[in-house]
Design a protein around this ligand. Sequence first.
Ligand code: FMN
Length: 766
Amino acid sequence: MTAKIISERIAATEIAKSTYTPMFFRTADPEQATNLERLLESKPYIQVYDTILSQLQEVIKTDHPSKTLTDAEIEVRINERLAVRNAGDYGVWVYYPWNEKLVHLLDEQEFVYVRTNRNKYKITDQEEATLAQKRIGVIGLSVGQSVSLTMAMERTFGELRIADYDTLEITNLNRLRSGVFNMGLQKTVLVAREIAEIDPFLKVTCFHEGINDNNIENFLTGGGNLDVLIDECDSVDVKIKCRVAARKFGIPVLMEASDRCTVDIERFDIEPDRPILHGYVDHLDLAQMRDLKTMEKKLPYILPIVGIDTMSPRLKASAVEIGQTINTWPQLASAVTMGGGIMADICRKVLLRQLSVSGRYFIDIDELITDGQAKDVEFQAEPEPITLADIKTLSEKMPVSVPVSTVTDAAATRKLMDAAVLAPSAGNNQPWKWYNDGKRLLLFDDPARSFAFANYDNMITHLSMGSAIENVDIAASAAGLALDVDLFPLKSLGNLNPVAAIAVRHESGRVADPLFGYLKSRHTNRKPGDGSSLSGSILDELREEAMKAGVSSVKFLTEKDDIARIADIAGKSDKLRMFIPEGHMDLFRKEMRWGNDPAKIKDGLDIKTLDLKPKDQVGFRVIRDGRAMQLLADWDAGAVLENMTKDLMATASAVCLISGHNFSPESCINAGRAMQRAWLVTEKHGLAVQPVMAPIFHFARMVHGNGGGMSEQIVAKFAAMHHSFIELFNLSLTAEEPLFMFRIFRSEEPAVKSIRLDVDDVYYSN
Ligand SMILES: Cc1cc2nc3c(=O)[nH]c(=O)nc-3n(C[C@H](O)[C@H](O)[C@H](O)COP(=O)(O)O)c2cc1C
């Protein structure tokens, strides 16, 4: 085989690439007979197929459905039909130049009569005649190919206009029915050929350049208005423009997205004022569409169209992998084939005026046909909130040894409470309930608020409570008061509630804690930092203040390499957290507030406080679906979910770890106090802070709770990271229990800060 002969053949084959209309020869006409003869002589390789006699038999049988005719009777009737003509000149010879086939067929009327015979009554003759007058446009020929071919088989149109600028590639072959030799062929040509091979009498008009501003009107109206437009294209721009134009001309638009077989019907023919895409994009400036270059800018337009919140869990999980382990959205032949069928069905009913609804519909097989075994994860029942009656009952059990306040005036106490509620708490859950029993302030944990998977052994609650106690102490100092704090006064009765009994007294000479001035402005910042370094004196001050709360150590990572290593651990931990069903539920169903009414958001994390980039906001909406997360966990995928935390953490000037002497509740309270002091010091120096706690919580569950509630794989992953973590901070585990970690950085202020419950929501007096 020489290269020359191959290239000659390639050149000859190229010519065939653009042809898609068959040629007809009716040899009863002598001129056409001569033309056919010439063709056959010039191309001796043309393959000839002639089944005209059996086609004629089908005509006869179709004519006589009530009789079983003998072969002889059929032959008589065929001869009557042929009259004087010989069978070779009956009907029409159809030549397909792209595959060099010549086929002998019944002519149009008989061909259609027999070919659609098995449609009958599903589609009546009258309906068939109506449909034969209809013009349908299809933009985008992946799902569009399936729709077009199904409609051609069913014969639900007289003219089909198809538009796509793309060519067939090997990656299309998982869902586009076509032969391998068609690679490189325009999809329009491919579809037109396949239709011609099914039924050469159907009219197909190709728009090989796809749809653009210049040809859209021609596509919709040239040669008569379309009766239905089917949009199966990828471009948001074209989707919007073709609808605007279709509405102008009163043409209904149909669309099928193969995921969950999502069907959109927009009846602009009977609802001329209907907003395009059911109003999903009404809030957007459609005129700007053309200039949107980046994905970030396009997303607000794309999301309502694809219905980000209603996608199947598998597609959501796959979306997380786009650009990581896959190039684009996955799509299966089964779904595309089904979409073709559904669209053809709906389109026929629209054309026959048998359907007039508009809207978005799902024909979700996963929901319709299940074996009923896939159960939702069963979460532990959430505890009841603590009531005032519970609080009173517990406070009556207070032993006499517990200190009693000598300062009891309401105004002074109220000031202390004003400071208490400013404390930070994990997920802004504000687990505290304060009670003034007339003798002292009692601090209670409300388990309905603090209950969370991450809250192993109530460690998170105790950290938050520690910060609240520290705030009260600092506020007291500013009023010349001092506190006697008795932690867990009912511990001997086996009760960790109340968390603290606090007696308030005067202390002459007590000076205001210099950190008092920063209580109000302290906040969490989740923006990136500038990575600039911090002076040793600031870090020393921070350590000194934190150590005052009786913790074991306060350590910093400041080297870039070390920060990168801890960033990696933090990113992986945040991802794994979401792979644990309870962890996922804590974050998305309990902590997050999706920002409907800011006035009502007094707890939890308003999505706006996360300062997410538009792309991450989308990611958040995707990973909000626990089923999608479980799929990613099963696939051991979702690496991109590590990036948000990892990238932010990597911009830190320093990462600080506060360790207690042990894992006791008291030690956690002290670490909470230390954390609050350190945080206030950063505030004093205009530095930003974000706690990064997923590694700490899960290490605690692993070390002290034997990894209970986490899968073996997840425990193994945390165990590997724990090892590096210990090494990184050079911890001696017998003396240093890691309890609170945060990144310190320089950045602008966050766009939105979290809000608090009112003092009256959390403070009661007897
Ligand atoms: C114990 C504890 C753990 C926290 N863990 C995280 C964390 O892992 N990631 C994060 O972004 N914020 C974390 N935070 C910050 C809280 O979400 C934040 O303090 C709370 O929403 C109140 O907001 P504020 O700090 O701006 O007042 C944590 C806070 C506390 C007290």
